[in-house]
Ligand binder design. Structure first.
Ligand code: NAP
Length: 474
């Protein structure tokens, strides 16, 4: 299988200061070795992005748009190949990987369209003494840091708007999943992106080398997707040079089933909201908050659907739940479930770490009280805790009882009641009677400790633009 394994700096594939293996989590064996970057490669990437910036910022939006459109077309044409890479290095099943590639490619198409539509403003000042001209300019060299759970989509959701805006960039993918990002960078290379506009490094010492990059005055913007814990550290690091930052962080999504919900529809939605990506999604439903009146029916039907999933290596035919990205991540899931059981949780399904190779964990349903510690933590796996309530107010209070605020799900047959509930939920996004709402055309992002800023939609490009006001004497 063809793979890219070198670093990409200044339009060329280069060796780094060493290599590390990329592990297939379904088997525990190495897929290949990829190059790692030392300080000199990180420095070369910043220099290349800095050199390329002035001419890229002035490149006509139409030219930037057409490169993105071409990249979209190549990505769609190569989607089967890319989906296999994603599945192999991440562990997710092929159907999820294909879904991710389709979603990821859409960010290139959407931002190809947005590149030529950046709005400005021109008007008279209230006193009439001048004209107020407002324009938007690319911020400059941007550092893009992405996680392992959506190695394609989390990269294109940043690269697309950065290219559209006229920024140059350095992409740093997660150490577990660099192969997808390397292939996407190669697609951009073949689509005609000028040298230096995108550079990819995989630092051999992530924390120390990223910190050094964030203290280089040529870097002006940080766009990060990952855990809240690392986001907090990077916000502190970014404060020293007052960088622009965009933070897409962790979630602990409530899935609220009101007593008038269509239970079959809620179970179908729950399966998507919980099990897309094997539960390893920032948007994954993690706390099932179900009205007492319908709890027995929901739990029985949902447990049956979870129990019917075929657990197998991601590339196996018919696999519906693949491996976690690593044994370390799988063991974290197991520890959270064990602690939930020790705190009085009642297992309805799963909950036992399987023997044998591969980072597998079974689909698990657990009935808990509202004090159970599992409701406090982001479970990045196929685990569904269910807690019950009597009144809508109680459901809203339970849903909001978290430091996170990325997405919430609400099921009700009464749209007015669902919207009232949605408005009371502390979340950047709310899904009503749907198990998935991510869309490149919609603003994605969280409130509270789930992040700062939005990706996608009409606002996504503004994470890579500065607003400039020019006052004109008349
Ligand atoms: P993570 O541990 O925070 O890592 C994310 C990225 O940050 C990786 O590239 C990682 O590099 C890098 N990193 C780690 N420590 C760093 C440091 N000290 N300085 C600079 N960079 C550092 O998160 P993850 O485990 O990959 O991903 C899961 C998390 O991402 C979950 O919390 C999930 O909710 C969140 N997420 C959020 C969204 C969203 O849109 N809100 C989307 C997807 C995922 P290494 O791999 O080299 O450590």
């Amino acid at each position: 299988m063809e793979l890219k394994t070198d670093l990409y700096i200044d339009g060329a594939w280069v060796k780094g200061n060493g290599t590390i293996p990329v592990i297939d989590p379904s088997t525990g064996s190495a897929i290949c070795e990829v190059a790692t970057a030392g300080d000199s490669e990180c420095e070369a990437a910043i220099s290349a992005a800095h050199r390329a910036f002035p001419s890229w910022a002035k490149t006509a939006p139409r030219v930037r748009s057409e490169i993105l459109r071409k990249a979209f077309e190549i990505m769609v044409a190569e989607s089967d190949h890319l989906a296999k890479i994603v599945s192999m290095e991440n562990g997710k099943v092929l159907t999820d990987a294909k879904g991710e590639i389709a979603y990821a490619a859409e960010f290139f198409r959407w931002f190809a369209e947005e590149a030529v539509r950046t709005p400005g403003d021109f008007r008279s000042s209230p006193s009439g003494d001048k004209r107020i001209l407002v324009t938007h300019q690319p911020i400059g060299v941007s550092l893009l840091i992405t996680p392992w759970n959506f190695p394609a989509a989390m990269a294109t959701r940043k690269i697309g708007p950065a290219i559209a805006a006229g920024c140059t960039m350095i992409l740093k993918p997660a150490t577990e999943t660099p192969l997808t990002a390397l292939w996407i960078v190669d697609i951009l290379h073949r689509a005609g992106l000028p040298k230096g506009v995108i550079n990819l490094v995989l630092p051999s010492k992530t924390g120390a080398m990223i910190s050094k990059m964030l203290h280089d005055p040529r870097v002006r913007n940080l766009s990060f997707t990952g855990s809240t814990e690392v986001g907090r550290t990077l916000l502190k690091e970014s404060a020293d040079l007052v960088l622009r930052t965009s933070m897409e962080l962790g979630g602990n999504a409530p899935f609220v089933v009101l007593d008038d919900a269509d239970i079959d529809q809620a179970v179908a939605g729950a399966m998507i909201a919980k099990m897309r990506n094997g539960g390893a999604a920032c948007t994954a439903a993690n706390r099932f908050i179900v009205a007492n009146k319908v709890a027995a029916e929901f739990t029985t039907k949902f447990t049956a659907a979870m129990g019917a999933l075929k657990v197998a290596p991601g590339l196996d035919a018919g696999a519906q739940l693949g491996a976690s990205v690593s044994l370390k991540e799988r063991n974290k899931i197991a520890e959270l479930v064990d602690a939930a059981v020790a705190a009085g949780g009642e297992l309805k399904l799963g909950g036992k770490t399987p023997d044998g190779v591969g980072a597998f964990y079974p689909a698990t349903v657990i009935s808990v009280k509202k004090e159970n510690p599992i409701l406090r933590n982001e479970v990045f796996g196929p685990v569904a805790p269910i807690v019950t309530f009597d009144t809508d107010e109680e459901a809203i209070a339970l849903a909001n009882d978290t430091e996170y605020g990325l997405i919430s799900y609400v099921y009700s047959s009464d749209l007015k009641r669902a919207i009232r509930t949605a408005e009371a939920l502390e979340a950047g996004m709310v899904a009503i009677n749907r198990g998935v709402i991510s869309d490149p055309a919609a603003p994605f992002g969280g409130v509270k400790q789930s992040g700062l800023g939005r990706e996608g939609g009409f606002v996504g490009i503004h994470e890579f633009l500065e607003t400039k006001y020019i006052g004109v004497e008349i």
